[in-house]
Design a protein around this ligand. Structure first.
Ligand SMILES: O=C1O[C@H]([C@@H](O)CO)C(O)=C1O
Length: 569
């Protein structure tokens, strides 16, 4: 293993991700940011300088557990202070496990501004993956708005509320087409399958918004690494005429299974194997279309280009049809196909020490639309939790324990009679090395007969997905059906409308960790909680991570010396 050094500058640039010019947040002038390629066991040393003129920034390494380096998790207000314009923060951490990951901004809604990139970890030298392939491609999926992130943020916290709406475009590796389609000859009336804007794109290949084509040879097997950095969209991914064999989910091996298409939620990653066993005289469409919410966005397209066909040779067959957005039974069937690969992943403890039930509801707080968890809507404090817990700064956040469940007579199927909830900053304190079950319980939103889909992402840990269910989670009944045999290990899991999802994890990573809906707007509206375990054991928090809020004042009050010691202790 080795240490890899990167010098990155985050800044805005004019780009045309979907053929329409706007501002993107890039790294070293690149959008999406540079791909990091490492080997398991490597240490990454990323020197990040903020070249935004008036905003702080942080970068979260999604899927990396940050054992021993909780301050490098890159979550503003949780693991560190935002990096100020002109300042530099060094992210130094180990990538301990092979897998498909990505990185992204985690301050305000900066992920939506385009701050993301791929992070691929290969197996360590001498190790082997449990499958073979001849070549690979990384496809980072995202959604894109023409409205600025600032307008989006202000709209979400305005009265009257202004929802961000569905994205204008879907992007594959930062490329989409808003003004034209390169499958216009296949337009299906009334469907979002192909671009509604009938103009045919004329690409030479060098255009910023030209799709990145995947060149392949016949009769080979390719690994497609998919990662969804979307802000809102749940996606369905497919390659016309080709089967996809799922082998990895969120950086963990799964029991291989073949599908025609797969659902991928924001925050998830998958590897699929594709064999080029179709007629080699043709090219084939690759598509990603919206699922889970009523779509108003045309599907993202690129081409599987059988060599030696020209890259843009039009495929004779239409793009795959994205399954109906609200066919949730279909989505659930896919979720239930995912099992851990025997012998390659740890099994869950058979019992948990604690069960936390998290009910999500859409609420109003002083008339503003918010999301709440057990009736508390998360408002991140000015002082990051890691520092304020470590140094016992009592007034930096609400120290009361948050509720472990919700009222038994709560009607999940109706809008709240009283939609008021409160803003809060409480923390679930977990006993170090205890086994924790979390049940995500979905419910009706503000509008009747609406319950939305939410992908939840846990920082600092992988978790086992023990089960999904409909309606109210009833422990005695549900637990009998938990999968304790071969549940998949993941870091993101979806909770379906009016349903529940049960996960289990071991709180074995000293630090403060966010657990939240990965829909950017929903987190902004309060849809998250914070877990903390063993923080008193955390040693070596860099000064830069705590140079704000109450931890900064603490250091000044102690004339710097005690502060220095404290952070070194
Ligand atoms: O948080 C959300 O707000 C809107 C809608 O519920 C109210 O406009 C929407 O679709 C969300 O996901």
């Amino acid at each position: 293993s080795k240490t890899q050094h990167f010098k990155w500058e985050v800044g805005y640039a004019f780009r045309s991700p979907d053929c329409v010019e706007g501002l993107v947040m890039g790294i070293n002038g690149q959008f999406p940011g540079p791909t990091i390629r490492a080997e398991a066991g490597d240490t990454l040393h990323v020197e990040l300088t903020n070249r935004l003129h008036t905003e702080g920034v942080v970068i979260h390494w999604h899927g990396i557990r940050q054992f021993g380096t909780p301050w490098a998790d890159g979550t503003a207000s949780v693991s560190q202070c935002a990096i100020n314009p002109g300042e530099t923060f060094v992210y130094r951490f180990k990538v301990d496990k092979a897998g498909t990951h990505f990185y992204h901004g985690h301050y305000g809604m900066q992920r939506s501004a385009g701050l993301y990139g791929s992070l691929i970890v290969d197996v360590a030298e001498g190790e082997k993956e449990p499958f073979d392939y001849d070549g690979e491609f990384s496809l980072l999926l995202s959604d894109w708005w023409h409205q600025s992130v600032h307008e989006q943020e202000v709209g979400l916290s305005s009265m009257p509320f202004r929802w961000i709406g569905e994205p204008q475009s879907l992007l594959i590796n930062g490329r989409g087409q808003y003004t034209c389609s390169f499958a216009s000859s296949f337009i299906v009336a009334g469907s979002n399958t192909t671009a509604g804007r009938g103009r045919q794109c004329q690409f030479l290949g060098h255009e910023e918004c030209a799709p990145q084509i995947l060149p392949v040879l016949p009769n080979r097997t390719y690994r497609l690494r998919l990662a969804s950095a979307t802000s809102l969209a749940s996606l369905n991914f497919a390659v016309a005429s080709h089967k996809l064999v799922v082998v990895e989910a969120d950086g963990n091996y799964v029991q291989p299974f073949a599908v025609d298409d797969l659902d991928i939620y924001s925050g998830e990653t998958y590897s699929v194997l594709l064999t080029t066993d179709q007629n080699p005289a043709a090219n084939y469409f690759i598509s990603a279309g919206v699922r889970g919410r009523q779509p108003n966005t045309t599907q993202a397209l690129t081409i599987l280009n059988y060599k030696p066909n020209p890259p843009f040779k039009p495929p004779p067959l239409p793009p795959p049809v994205t399954p109906r957005w609200d066919d949730f039974d279909r989505s659930k069937r896919f979720s239930l196909k995912i099992h851990a690969l025997a012998g390659r992943s740890p099994k869950p403890p058979m019992k948990s020490n604690r069960q936390i039930v998290l009910l999500n509801t859409q609420n109003t707080v002083n008339g503003l639309l918010r999301w709440s968890i057990n009736n508390i809507s998360l408002a991140l404090p000015a002082t990051p939790y890691l520092g304020s817990i470590k140094f016992r700064l009592k007034h930096a956040f609400d120290g009361a324990p948050p509720p472990e469940t919700f009222l038994a007579n709560y009607d999940l199927m109706r809008p709240l009679a009283n939609p008021n909830s409160t803003i809060g900053s409480r923390v679930y304190r977990l006993r170090l090395n205890s086994t924790v079950d979390v049940v995500l319980q979905n419910a009706n939103a503000m509008k009747e007969n609406v319950s939305e889909i939410h992908p939840w992402h846990l920082h600092g840990h992988d978790f086992w997905v023990l089960g999904y269910g409909e309606g109210r989670f009833v422990a005695a009944e549900a637990e009998r059906h938990f999968n304790l045999e071969d549940p998949p290990l993941k870091n993101t899991a979806v909770v379906y409308p009016y349903g529940w999802t049960a996960i289990r994890f071991v709180a074995d990573n000293p630090g403060a960790w966010a657990f939240h809906c990965h829909v950017e707007a929903h987190l902004h509206m309060g849809m998250g909680v914070v877990f903390a375990e063993g923080v008193d054991r955390v040693r070596g928090i860099p000064v830069e991570a705590i140079a704000c809020g109450s931890t900064a004042k603490m250091r000044m009050a102690s004339n710097d010396e005690r502060g220095q010691e404290l952070t070194r202790d």
